[in-house]
Design a protein around this ligand. Structure first.
Ligand SMILES: CC(C)(COP(=O)(O)OP(=O)(O)OC[C@H]1O[C@@H](n2cnc3c(N)ncnc32)[C@H](O)[C@@H]1OP(=O)(O)O)[C@@H](O)C(=O)NCCC(=O)NCCS
Length: 339
């Protein structure tokens, strides 16, 4: 029995934030500059009261409505988020109940950012190929907008809210997912962090005080902080090596790969990786315009977009079966080749 990605469905919340709106608030960043740097035209922003679980449930409902599987087929639910509904219980348990997934199914949350989808595939594959599950529902959803200070243009321009539901099933034949290369470097933890609000630094009147950084971005310790330059340097130093390692492990070369689908942080970062690896644009997925960086949902969203006739690149259509999918973040990395 080998694990296969059967289907992906995506849900983006309705409210939209455009570059025009952002540029009115941050006049030193004109519309064209934001679009050129980030590759993003609009982001979807979950309104107050709409949480990651709501986005994930909506994506999963589309999956079930398509008929690819029924709720009773699911025997494990994995939920990747960094913006859970509560500290506890695990949001996966709430989702199990709302979706009507059998109480005999396993369900768990895990907290990862951009590497989350690749980790989820590896976990799902492990469950399936050890005979512990047959159909794994992998949900990735985040509402980073709720962590971002309204006056922090560095993060507001990049991140959007969204969810993806992926069905991974065991099948008797066909190509396998993998291999993977994993790595972790916790020394970069301070470069993408919400410092206050959990146990180390609980919320207090002091943590609600905002400060402006040297670029004029305003935030409190309760908000998301991103050191873009540090993450950029780390990524360029790490990802190309990982790509070569995963290709070597798969016994493939770059030329064998139909489509490279990396985590989608922003166009500038992606183009820098693409140029360093010398991959031509036709074999390199960039799907950010209508959703921005949706954290662990970016890879499944990009895979879905690449397959759709209206958004897919005709030159890459049909190449997905031999794609390479890669996720990374400042603390850990996961890479996967699907040869
Ligand atoms: C965020 C990032 C795009 C900023 O680029 P940078 O070159 O490091 O940014 P700098 O502050 O040095 O600014 C360089 C120029 O880009 C502009 N710029 C930076 N961020 C921008 C944004 N989001 N929109 C528009 N312009 C931006 C600056 O205004 C500056 O313009 P200037 O040359 O006209 O003065 C880049 O650091 C990056 O991609 N980092 C990785 C971040 C990431 O992956 N985050 C997600 C983790 S999941």
């Amino acid at each position: 029995m080998t694990a296969h990605i059967r289907q992906i469905e995506v849900y983006l919340p309705e409210p939209i934030e455009s570059n025009e709106q952002l540029s009115r608030e941050f006049p030193d960043w004109p519309v064209a500059k934001i679009a050129a740097r980030t590759g993003i035209d609009i982001r979807h922003i979950a309104p107050a009261g709409q949480c990651a679980s709501d986005l994930a449930v909506a994506a999963a409902q589309q999956l079930f409505a398509s008929g690819v599987a029924s709720r009773s087929d699911i025997d494990f639910l994995l939920f990747c988020t960094q913006t859970p509904d509560y500290f506890l219980p695990p949001t996966a348990c709430l989702i199990q109940d709302r979706l009507g997934i059998p109480t005999t199914a396993g369900a768990m949350d895990y907290n990862l950012g951009s590497s989350g989808f690749v980790y989820g595939l590896a976990l799902a594959q492990g469950l399936i190929e050890t005979g512990s599950a047959r159909n794994v529902l992998l949900l990735a959803a985040d509402t980073y907008s709720k962590l971002i200070h309204p006056a922090d243009k560095s993060t507001r321009t990049i991140f959007g809210d969204g969810a993806a539901a992926t069905l991974i099933s065991g099948m008797e034949s066909g190509s396998r997912i993998g291999p993977y290369v994993f790595g972790t470097d916790g020394s970069g933890a301070q470069n993408l962090i919400v410092p206050a609000g959990a146990m180390r630094l609980p919320k207090s009147p002091e943590t609600a005080i905002s400060q402006s950084d040297s670029s004029g971005n305003v935030r409190t310790p309760e908000n998301l902080f991103m050191d873009g330059a540090e993450i950029f340097a780390f990524t360029l130093a790490s990802v190309p090596k990982l790509v070569n390692e995963v290709l070597a492990r798969a016994g493939k070369t770059k030329e064998d790969v139909g489509l490279f689908v990396f985590h989608q942080p922003n166009r500038y970062m992606l183009e820098s990786i693409r140029k360093q690896l010398k991959i031509d644009p036709e074999r390199f997925a960039i799907y950010l315009e209508d959703c921005g960086n949706t954290v662990s949902a970016t890879i499944p969203i990009a895979l879905k977009r690449a397959q759709e006739p209206q958004t897919g690149n005709p030159r890459v259509a049909g190449r997905l079966r031999r794609g390479v999918f890669l996720g990374r973040n400042a603390r850990g990395m996961g890479c996967l080749a699907g040869p």
